[in-house]
Design a protein around this ligand. Structure first.
Ligand SMILES: Cc1cc2nc3c(=O)[nH]c(=O)nc-3n(C[C@H](O)[C@H](O)[C@H](O)COP(=O)(O)OP(=O)(O)OC[C@H]3O[C@@H](n4cnc5c(N)ncnc54)[C@H](O)[C@@H]3O)c2cc1C
Length: 447
């Protein structure tokens, strides 16, 4: 059964024939080209310092193959951009699921974060000069980029805390401050940083203090101090940088959209990006299920004389994993449909639901597969340990679960409390009336 025949019924009416054909191509490309190429990608990366200087040749081969069959820039939704491959958020979401099965597939098709979000920013908010200089080579997959918001000395889940100072002097901006978790900054091809800082720290409106600047990575005054590990993985050549800015000068033309528009930009950037992450995470969980099935049917390994598939608890793991991932997929596809029907703002609630639910569901599924492999599951011989580490970060990156839950809870309470309180009171009153009319006394409930 090909990918297009497995599209959940709820999504089918919104998927074009062209998207279905492309989805099948994505599945084939990921299963037959990308997953088998992962070992070579790791081997070509090598060890030590070389890992930060190499662009594995296999990646360029895969990019050529992907472009040849039309798998390129599918992430840019047709409703808002003319530069992409012409798919909706939902259609790309279905494709992103397959891309998420392989650690090389997203870059091979030029759909990798953080470039995707950065390209959306440039396409949506950049002027013609900024687009020509940065968006065009990014769309062509010739350079890479990073988004620098998080800082080491403040609680960055509240972006109003950002401190990096941006001062205007003559026809230049001068930047001073520190950033960390700057994903992608380790890649030798990373040429452009989108940097969020404060141009107007005294503005009484705390959402108008921030701005985003386009800063070439080679600008004097920028120092990359180190690359941060994710549970011991370096994520080379991409990496997560700890970077400082000391009197870094850029021309006024580096400003995106205008001073004080930083919040608007990050909000526009993160909505669809969260859906992309969520769908890729569904793909990672599907790969974990593939590996779980492979292990429980491995005839060489029969604890207590039986393959694992004959042990009831293991089949229960498989069943629960299937239920949880199928349910999580529906939540993401629903959010994608809602974005397509309006925009990311219109789908805030659904996006937050997917952002919270999917990594948690996927972690449970990956963890079951790890357990089924015993000690092998936690070492480098399966993709499971790395996938677990990667997915675990999504409960923090792009805003921790708690922040999204707080916002969801607030919104649910605010939008429903009046109507719900009234309705419950009315129902109680009606119950009492019915009880009394039928010869019973009023309910003794104190609530
Ligand atoms: C792998 C990875 C890649 C990343 N890539 C990038 C990147 O490319 N660019 C970038 O700018 N940043 C990036 N980040 C950073 C990420 O976005 C931040 O780590 C995140 O926003 C949280 O900020 P913080 O780490 O400062 O945590 P803090 O703000 O210090 O929060 C710490 C903890 O406090 C709790 N908390 C916070 N708010 C609340 C609340 N309202 N209620 C209850 N509890 C709360 C949460 O448990 C939270 O985890 C990345 C992070 C990771 C792990």
């Amino acid at each position: 059964m090909s990918a297009s025949t497995r599209i959940p019924p709820i999504a089918q009416p919104f998927v074009s024939d062209r998207a279905k054909k492309t989805l099948d191509l994505v599945e084939e490309f990921v299963e037959k080209e990308c997953i088998p190429a992962e070992a070579l990608f790791s081997a070509q990366l090598g060890v030590g310092e070389q890992r930060w200087k190499t662009n594995p040749a296999i990646m360029e081969d895969l990019k050529i193959k992907a472009q040849k069959i039309g798998l390129w820039n599918m992430f840019l939704p047709k409703s808002h951009f003319s530069q992409g491959a012409g798919f909706s958020n939902l259609e790309y979401g279905l494709m992103a699921e397959y891309l998420g099965k392989s650690k090389v597939a997203s870059e091979a098709t030029n759909n990798a974060a953080p470039d995707t979000g950065n390209m959306e920013v440039l396409a949506k908010y950049g002027n013609e000069e900024q687009k020509a200089r940065w968006l065009t080579p990014l769309l062509e997959g010739k350079i890479r980029s990073a988004f620098l918001m998080t800082e080491p000395d403040i609680a960055s889940s509240d972006a109003t805390n950002i401190q990096l100072d941006i001062r205007r002097e003559g026809n230049e901006y001068i930047l001073n401050g520190s950033k960390w978790w700057s994903s992608g900054a380790g890649d030798p091809r990373c040429q452009i940083y989108l940097v969020m800082g404060k141009t107007d720290a005294r503005n009484p409106d705390t959402y108008k203090q921030q701005s985003v600047l386009l800063v070439p990575a080679s600008t004097p005054g920028i120092t990359i101090h180190r690359m941060l590990n994710v549970y011991g993985y370096d994520d080379a050549p991409h990496g997560h940088g700890h970077i400082t800015f000391k009197d870094v000068r850029v021309p006024l033309s580096a400003m995106v959209l205008g001073e004080g528009r930083g919040f608007e930009i990050i909000q526009g950037r993160l909505g669809p990006g969260r859906i992309h992450h969520a769908m890729r995470t569904i793909g990672a969980a599907e790969r974990a299920i593939d590996w779980l099935i492979a292990r429980i049917n491995d005839d060489r390994k029969k604890p207590f004389g039986q393959p694992l598939s004959s042990h009831g608890v293991i089949l229960e793991w498989l069943a629960k994993s299937r239920i949880e991932i199928d349910a999580a997929r529906l939540i993401v596809l629903n959010a994608a449909i809602k974005i397509d029907q309006g925009n990311a703002k219109f789908a805030l609630k659904e996006i937050a639901q997917a952002k919270v639910l999917v990594p948690q569901a996927a972690l449970t599924v990956i963890d079951r597969a790890v357990q089924a492999y015993g000690a092998a599951g936690i070492c480098q011989d399966t993709p499971l340990a790395y996938m677990w580490a990667l997915v675990r970060t999504l409960r923090i990156a792009d805003g921790p679960d708690e922040v999204h839950l707080q916002q969801l809870g607030k919104r649910e309470n605010k939008s429903r409390r009046e109507e719900v309180v009234k309705r419950v009171a009315w129902q109680k009153e009606q119950s009492d009336k019915i009880l009394t009319a039928n010869g019973f006394g009023k309910t003794k409930s104190l609530l």
